[in-house]
Design a protein around this ligand. Sequence first.
Ligand SMILES: *Cc1c(COP(=O)(O)O)cnc(C)c1O
Length: 380
Amino acid sequence: MKFNTKTIHGGQHNVDPAYGSVMPPIYQTSTYSQTTPGGHKGFEYSRSANPTRTALENSLASIENGKFGLAFGSGLAAIDAVMKLFKPGDEIISTNDLYGGSYRLFTKIFEGLGIKFHFIGMQDAEKIEEYITDKTKLIWVETPTNPMMNIIDIEAVSKLAKKHKVLLAVDNTFATPYLQQPLDLGADIVMHSATKYLGGHSDVVMGSLVVKDKDLADKLYFVQNASGAVCGPQDSFLVLRGIKTLHIRMQRHCENGEKVARFLKDHPKVDKVYWPGFEDHPNHDIAKKQMSGYGGMISFTTAENTLESAVKVVEKLKVFTLAESLGGVESLAGHPASMTHASIPKEEREKTGVVDSLIRLSVGIEDDEDLIEDLKQALG
Ligand SMILES: *Cc1c(COP(=O)(O)O)cnc(C)c1O
Protein backbone atom coordinates (compact mmCIF):
# COMPACT_ATOMS: atom_id res chain seq x y z
CA MET A 1 0.00 0.00 0.00
CA LYS A 2 1.30 3.49 -0.88
CA PHE A 3 1.40 6.29 1.72
CA ASN A 4 -1.62 8.18 0.35
CA THR A 5 -3.72 5.03 0.70
CA LYS A 6 -2.28 4.09 4.08
CA THR A 7 -3.46 7.38 5.62
CA ILE A 8 -7.02 6.31 4.81
CA HIS A 9 -6.95 2.51 5.08
CA GLY A 10 -3.70 1.56 6.84
CA GLY A 11 -4.28 -0.86 9.70
CA GLN A 12 -8.07 -0.44 9.40
CA HIS A 13 -10.99 -2.76 8.73
CA ASN A 14 -12.87 -1.35 5.76
CA VAL A 15 -16.07 -1.67 7.78
CA ASP A 16 -16.70 -2.22 11.46
CA PRO A 17 -17.59 -5.88 12.04
CA ALA A 18 -20.45 -5.06 14.47
CA TYR A 19 -22.81 -3.09 12.16
CA GLY A 20 -20.80 -2.40 9.02
CA SER A 21 -20.15 1.26 9.83
CA VAL A 22 -17.55 2.59 7.39
CA MET A 23 -15.96 4.87 9.99
CA PRO A 24 -14.62 3.32 13.20
CA PRO A 25 -17.15 3.81 16.02
CA ILE A 26 -16.24 5.87 19.07
CA TYR A 27 -16.33 3.22 21.80
CA GLN A 28 -17.06 5.59 24.66
CA THR A 29 -16.74 2.95 27.36
CA SER A 30 -14.37 2.28 30.22
CA THR A 31 -15.13 -1.43 30.54
CA TYR A 32 -16.34 -4.53 28.62
CA SER A 33 -18.60 -7.39 29.68
CA GLN A 34 -17.05 -10.78 30.23
CA THR A 35 -18.94 -14.09 29.82
CA THR A 36 -16.75 -15.80 32.41
CA PRO A 37 -13.80 -14.30 34.35
CA GLY A 38 -11.24 -13.50 31.66
CA GLY A 39 -13.70 -14.37 28.88
CA HIS A 40 -13.68 -11.23 26.72
CA LYS A 41 -13.10 -10.20 23.09
CA GLY A 42 -9.66 -8.69 23.63
CA PHE A 43 -10.83 -5.63 25.55
CA GLU A 44 -11.31 -5.56 29.32
CA TYR A 45 -10.62 -2.02 30.51
CA SER A 46 -10.01 1.10 28.42
CA ARG A 47 -6.71 2.10 30.03
CA SER A 48 -5.29 -1.19 28.76
CA ALA A 49 -7.00 -0.99 25.36
CA ASN A 50 -10.02 0.58 23.70
CA PRO A 51 -11.15 -0.36 20.15
CA THR A 52 -11.15 3.25 18.87
CA ARG A 53 -7.67 3.81 20.28
CA THR A 54 -6.52 0.48 18.81
CA ALA A 55 -7.81 1.57 15.38
CA LEU A 56 -5.76 4.77 15.71
CA GLU A 57 -2.68 2.89 16.98
CA ASN A 58 -2.85 0.57 13.97
CA SER A 59 -3.13 3.57 11.64
CA LEU A 60 -0.11 5.23 13.28
CA ALA A 61 1.96 2.05 12.92
CA SER A 62 0.98 1.82 9.26
CA ILE A 63 1.79 5.40 8.22
CA GLU A 64 5.19 5.30 9.99
CA ASN A 65 6.11 1.93 8.41
CA GLY A 66 6.30 0.40 11.88
CA LYS A 67 4.61 -2.59 13.47
CA PHE A 68 3.29 -1.27 16.79
CA GLY A 69 1.63 2.05 17.58
CA LEU A 70 0.88 3.51 21.01
CA ALA A 71 -1.26 6.59 21.62
CA PHE A 72 -1.00 8.82 24.69
CA GLY A 73 -2.79 11.78 26.25
CA SER A 74 -0.18 14.23 24.87
CA GLY A 75 3.16 14.33 23.06
CA LEU A 76 4.92 14.83 26.39
CA ALA A 77 3.13 11.80 27.86
CA ALA A 78 4.53 9.77 24.95
CA ILE A 79 8.07 11.06 25.64
CA ASP A 80 7.56 10.43 29.36
CA ALA A 81 6.78 6.76 28.56
CA VAL A 82 10.04 6.44 26.61
CA MET A 83 12.04 7.95 29.49
CA LYS A 84 10.52 5.43 31.91
CA LEU A 85 12.42 2.67 30.11
CA PHE A 86 15.58 3.96 31.83
CA LYS A 87 17.09 3.80 35.32
CA PRO A 88 19.17 6.11 37.50
CA GLY A 89 22.72 6.21 36.16
CA ASP A 90 21.66 5.80 32.54
CA GLU A 91 22.70 8.50 30.08
CA ILE A 92 20.81 10.02 27.18
CA ILE A 93 22.21 12.20 24.40
CA SER A 94 19.70 14.71 23.06
CA THR A 95 19.54 17.40 20.41
CA ASN A 96 20.30 20.76 22.07
CA ASP A 97 17.80 22.68 19.96
CA LEU A 98 14.52 21.01 20.85
CA TYR A 99 10.94 21.57 21.89
CA GLY A 100 10.95 23.51 25.19
CA GLY A 101 8.57 21.09 26.89
CA SER A 102 10.82 18.13 26.05
CA TYR A 103 13.79 20.01 27.54
CA ARG A 104 11.76 20.79 30.67
CA LEU A 105 10.68 17.14 31.05
CA PHE A 106 14.26 15.92 30.66
CA THR A 107 15.92 18.44 32.96
CA LYS A 108 13.24 19.11 35.59
CA ILE A 109 11.82 15.59 35.99
CA PHE A 110 14.16 12.89 34.70
CA GLU A 111 17.47 14.50 35.68
CA GLY A 112 16.05 14.65 39.21
CA LEU A 113 15.41 10.90 39.02
CA GLY A 114 19.07 10.24 38.22
CA ILE A 115 19.16 10.11 34.43
CA LYS A 116 21.97 12.13 32.89
CA PHE A 117 21.36 14.14 29.72
CA HIS A 118 23.89 15.58 27.27
CA PHE A 119 22.39 18.29 25.06
CA ILE A 120 24.50 18.69 21.94
CA GLY A 121 24.36 20.02 18.39
CA MET A 122 23.94 17.02 16.08
CA GLN A 123 24.29 18.60 12.63
CA ASP A 124 27.67 16.90 12.58
CA ALA A 125 26.69 13.32 13.52
CA GLU A 126 30.32 12.32 14.19
CA LYS A 127 30.35 14.63 17.23
CA ILE A 128 27.82 12.44 19.02
CA GLU A 129 30.35 9.63 19.41
CA GLU A 130 32.43 11.70 21.87
CA TYR A 131 29.52 11.59 24.30
CA ILE A 132 28.73 7.87 24.05
CA THR A 133 29.83 5.82 27.09
CA ASP A 134 28.84 2.37 28.34
CA LYS A 135 26.05 4.14 30.27
CA THR A 136 24.46 5.67 27.18
CA LYS A 137 21.09 4.13 26.49
CA LEU A 138 19.34 6.48 24.07
CA ILE A 139 19.94 9.17 21.48
CA TRP A 140 17.01 11.59 21.21
CA VAL A 141 16.76 13.43 17.91
CA GLU A 142 14.38 16.15 16.82
CA THR A 143 14.59 17.04 13.12
CA PRO A 144 13.79 19.55 11.76
CA THR A 145 14.57 21.16 15.10
CA ASN A 146 12.17 23.52 16.79
CA PRO A 147 12.36 26.45 16.13
CA MET A 148 15.72 26.76 14.33
CA MET A 149 14.91 24.28 11.54
CA ASN A 150 18.28 22.51 11.73
CA ILE A 151 18.35 19.13 10.04
CA ILE A 152 19.98 16.06 11.55
CA ASP A 153 21.06 13.12 9.43
CA ILE A 154 18.92 10.30 10.88
CA GLU A 155 20.69 7.58 8.92
CA ALA A 156 24.14 8.71 10.08
CA VAL A 157 23.01 8.91 13.72
CA SER A 158 21.37 5.50 13.44
CA LYS A 159 24.64 3.95 12.23
CA LEU A 160 26.38 5.29 15.35
CA ALA A 161 23.54 4.15 17.58
CA LYS A 162 23.66 0.62 16.14
CA LYS A 163 27.45 0.48 16.42
CA HIS A 164 27.20 1.25 20.15
CA LYS A 165 23.95 -0.68 20.76
CA VAL A 166 22.12 2.47 21.83
CA LEU A 167 18.45 3.14 21.03
CA LEU A 168 17.57 5.97 18.66
CA ALA A 169 14.30 7.89 19.03
CA VAL A 170 13.17 10.58 16.60
CA ASP A 171 10.59 13.26 17.34
CA ASN A 172 8.92 13.40 13.91
CA THR A 173 6.33 16.04 14.82
CA PHE A 174 7.56 18.73 12.38
CA ALA A 175 8.13 16.53 9.33
CA THR A 176 5.33 13.95 9.74
CA PRO A 177 5.61 10.57 7.98
CA TYR A 178 4.48 12.31 4.77
CA LEU A 179 7.90 13.97 4.54
CA GLN A 180 10.18 11.67 6.53
CA GLN A 181 10.04 8.09 7.81
CA PRO A 182 12.61 7.67 10.59
CA LEU A 183 12.06 3.92 11.14
CA ASP A 184 13.08 3.31 7.51
CA LEU A 185 16.23 5.35 8.17
CA GLY A 186 17.19 3.14 11.14
CA ALA A 187 15.47 4.74 14.15
CA ASP A 188 14.01 2.43 16.83
CA ILE A 189 11.26 4.73 18.07
CA VAL A 190 9.36 7.47 16.27
CA MET A 191 7.47 9.93 18.44
CA HIS A 192 4.78 12.49 17.59
CA SER A 193 2.92 15.27 19.19
CA ALA A 194 -0.24 14.20 17.33
CA THR A 195 -1.64 17.53 18.56
CA LYS A 196 0.10 19.08 15.55
CA TYR A 197 0.00 17.80 11.93
CA LEU A 198 -1.44 14.33 12.56
CA GLY A 199 -4.55 15.74 14.24
CA GLY A 200 -4.17 18.74 11.96
CA HIS A 201 -7.11 20.85 13.13
CA SER A 202 -5.92 22.27 16.48
CA ASP A 203 -8.77 20.57 18.31
CA VAL A 204 -7.05 17.79 20.24
CA VAL A 205 -3.96 17.18 22.40
CA MET A 206 -2.34 13.78 21.86
CA GLY A 207 0.95 11.94 21.51
CA SER A 208 2.16 8.74 19.91
CA LEU A 209 5.01 6.28 19.60
CA VAL A 210 5.63 3.78 16.82
CA VAL A 211 8.22 0.98 16.87
CA LYS A 212 9.07 -2.11 14.82
CA ASP A 213 10.56 -4.33 17.51
CA LYS A 214 8.15 -6.52 19.50
CA ASP A 215 10.25 -6.53 22.66
CA LEU A 216 10.50 -2.73 22.70
CA ALA A 217 6.77 -2.46 21.95
CA ASP A 218 6.00 -4.75 24.92
CA LYS A 219 8.11 -2.61 27.25
CA LEU A 220 6.44 0.60 26.08
CA TYR A 221 3.00 -0.97 26.26
CA PHE A 222 3.77 -1.97 29.84
CA VAL A 223 4.54 1.68 30.70
CA GLN A 224 1.48 2.93 28.80
CA ASN A 225 -0.79 0.67 30.80
CA ALA A 226 1.07 0.89 34.13
CA SER A 227 1.46 4.70 34.13
CA GLY A 228 -1.87 5.22 32.37
CA ALA A 229 -1.31 8.42 30.34
CA VAL A 230 -3.66 7.23 27.59
CA CYS A 231 -5.94 9.25 25.30
CA GLY A 232 -9.71 8.85 25.20
CA PRO A 233 -11.85 7.32 22.43
CA GLN A 234 -13.25 10.67 21.21
CA ASP A 235 -9.76 12.10 20.77
CA SER A 236 -8.60 8.87 19.11
CA PHE A 237 -11.42 9.25 16.59
CA LEU A 238 -10.47 12.87 15.86
CA VAL A 239 -6.83 12.04 15.18
CA LEU A 240 -7.80 9.04 13.06
CA ARG A 241 -9.97 11.41 11.04
CA GLY A 242 -7.14 13.94 10.82
CA ILE A 243 -4.73 11.33 9.47
CA LYS A 244 -7.08 10.59 6.55
CA THR A 245 -6.25 14.00 5.02
CA LEU A 246 -2.63 14.22 6.19
CA HIS A 247 -1.16 13.76 2.71
CA ILE A 248 -3.22 16.47 1.02
CA ARG A 249 -2.83 18.90 3.92
CA MET A 250 0.94 18.38 3.95
CA GLN A 251 1.16 18.93 0.22
CA ARG A 252 -0.46 22.37 0.65
CA HIS A 253 1.57 23.16 3.80
CA CYS A 254 4.72 22.55 1.71
CA GLU A 255 3.53 24.69 -1.22
CA ASN A 256 2.46 27.59 0.99
CA GLY A 257 5.57 27.20 3.16
CA GLU A 258 7.83 27.64 0.15
CA LYS A 259 5.98 30.74 -1.07
CA VAL A 260 6.05 32.37 2.37
CA ALA A 261 9.73 31.48 2.93
CA ARG A 262 10.74 33.01 -0.42
CA PHE A 263 8.65 36.12 0.25
CA LEU A 264 10.31 36.63 3.65
CA LYS A 265 13.79 36.09 2.26
CA ASP A 266 13.38 39.00 -0.15
CA HIS A 267 11.77 41.37 2.38
CA PRO A 268 13.90 44.31 3.59
CA LYS A 269 12.45 44.22 7.14
CA VAL A 270 13.52 40.59 7.56
CA ASP A 271 17.04 39.50 8.50
CA LYS A 272 17.47 35.70 8.60
CA VAL A 273 14.97 33.12 7.35
CA TYR A 274 15.28 29.53 8.56
CA TRP A 275 13.66 27.01 6.20
CA PRO A 276 15.38 23.78 5.09
CA GLY A 277 14.20 24.14 1.48
CA PHE A 278 16.67 26.97 0.77
CA GLU A 279 19.73 25.79 -1.10
CA ASP A 280 21.94 27.85 1.18
CA HIS A 281 20.42 26.33 4.35
CA PRO A 282 23.46 24.73 6.07
CA ASN A 283 21.85 21.25 6.14
CA HIS A 284 19.93 21.49 2.86
CA ASP A 285 21.66 18.41 1.37
CA ILE A 286 20.59 16.22 4.27
CA ALA A 287 17.06 17.60 4.13
CA LYS A 288 16.98 16.80 0.41
CA LYS A 289 18.21 13.28 1.07
CA GLN A 290 15.90 12.30 3.94
CA MET A 291 12.77 14.39 3.38
CA SER A 292 10.41 14.41 0.42
CA GLY A 293 9.53 18.10 0.94
CA TYR A 294 10.38 20.93 3.32
CA GLY A 295 7.16 21.57 5.22
CA GLY A 296 5.36 24.65 6.41
CA MET A 297 7.42 25.58 9.46
CA ILE A 298 9.54 28.71 9.07
CA SER A 299 11.42 30.89 11.53
CA PHE A 300 12.79 34.36 10.85
CA THR A 301 14.33 37.33 12.61
CA THR A 302 13.45 40.95 12.05
CA ALA A 303 15.98 43.28 10.44
CA GLU A 304 15.84 45.57 13.50
CA ASN A 305 16.78 42.53 15.58
CA THR A 306 14.95 43.65 18.74
CA LEU A 307 12.32 42.12 20.97
CA GLU A 308 10.01 45.11 20.29
CA SER A 309 10.16 44.75 16.52
CA ALA A 310 9.25 41.04 16.67
CA VAL A 311 6.41 41.66 19.11
CA LYS A 312 5.05 44.43 16.86
CA VAL A 313 4.97 42.09 13.85
CA VAL A 314 3.17 39.25 15.61
CA GLU A 315 0.65 41.65 17.13
CA LYS A 316 -0.20 43.15 13.72
CA LEU A 317 -0.86 39.84 11.97
CA LYS A 318 -4.53 39.25 11.14
CA VAL A 319 -4.78 36.00 9.13
CA PHE A 320 -1.98 34.39 11.15
CA THR A 321 -3.15 33.94 14.73
CA LEU A 322 -0.67 34.62 17.55
CA ALA A 323 -0.74 31.32 19.43
CA GLU A 324 1.34 28.41 20.66
CA SER A 325 1.30 25.17 18.72
CA LEU A 326 1.55 24.36 15.01
CA GLY A 327 0.46 21.98 12.31
CA GLY A 328 -3.21 22.94 12.06
CA VAL A 329 -5.04 23.96 8.88
CA GLU A 330 -4.90 27.59 10.07
CA SER A 331 -1.72 29.66 10.06
CA LEU A 332 -0.18 30.50 13.42
CA ALA A 333 2.63 32.79 14.48
CA GLY A 334 4.63 32.44 17.66
CA HIS A 335 7.38 34.23 19.54
CA PRO A 336 9.54 31.34 20.84
CA ALA A 337 11.58 33.35 23.36
CA SER A 338 8.49 34.35 25.33
CA MET A 339 6.14 31.49 24.41
CA THR A 340 7.15 27.91 23.49
CA HIS A 341 10.77 28.28 24.62
CA ALA A 342 10.31 30.45 27.70
CA SER A 343 11.18 27.43 29.89
CA ILE A 344 14.72 27.34 28.45
CA PRO A 345 17.16 29.78 30.16
CA LYS A 346 18.03 32.83 27.99
CA GLU A 347 21.76 31.94 27.67
CA GLU A 348 20.88 28.38 26.67
CA ARG A 349 18.33 29.38 24.05
CA GLU A 350 20.45 32.18 22.58
CA LYS A 351 23.30 29.70 22.06
CA THR A 352 21.09 27.81 19.64
CA GLY A 353 19.77 30.96 17.91
CA VAL A 354 16.48 31.49 19.75
CA VAL A 355 17.01 35.24 20.07
CA ASP A 356 14.39 37.80 21.13
CA SER A 357 13.70 38.89 17.54
CA LEU A 358 12.89 35.37 16.33
CA ILE A 359 9.37 34.69 15.02
CA ARG A 360 8.12 31.19 14.20
CA LEU A 361 5.39 30.58 11.61
CA SER A 362 3.26 27.52 11.12
CA VAL A 363 2.03 28.15 7.60
CA GLY A 364 -1.48 26.78 7.16
CA ILE A 365 -3.44 25.73 4.09
CA GLU A 366 -5.26 29.03 3.40
CA ASP A 367 -4.81 30.89 0.11
CA ASP A 368 -1.12 31.81 -0.16
CA GLU A 369 -1.89 35.33 -1.43
CA ASP A 370 -3.82 36.15 1.75
CA LEU A 371 -0.96 34.86 3.89
CA ILE A 372 1.63 36.93 2.04
CA GLU A 373 -0.58 40.07 2.11
CA ASP A 374 -0.93 39.62 5.86
CA LEU A 375 2.83 39.34 6.39
CA LYS A 376 3.38 42.32 4.11
CA GLN A 377 1.10 44.59 6.16
CA ALA A 378 2.51 43.34 9.50
CA LEU A 379 6.13 43.90 8.44
CA GLY A 380 5.33 47.23 6.82
C1 LIG B 1 4.24 20.17 20.75
C2 LIG B 1 5.46 19.36 20.66
C3 LIG B 1 5.76 18.39 21.63
C4 LIG B 1 4.88 18.16 22.83
O1 LIG B 1 3.64 17.64 22.50
P1 LIG B 1 2.27 17.95 23.32
O2 LIG B 1 1.25 17.26 22.52
O3 LIG B 1 2.13 19.43 23.39
O4 LIG B 1 2.47 17.35 24.68
C5 LIG B 1 6.91 17.64 21.45
N1 LIG B 1 7.73 17.84 20.40
C6 LIG B 1 7.48 18.78 19.46
C7 LIG B 1 8.43 18.95 18.33
C8 LIG B 1 6.34 19.57 19.56
O5 LIG B 1 6.11 20.51 18.64
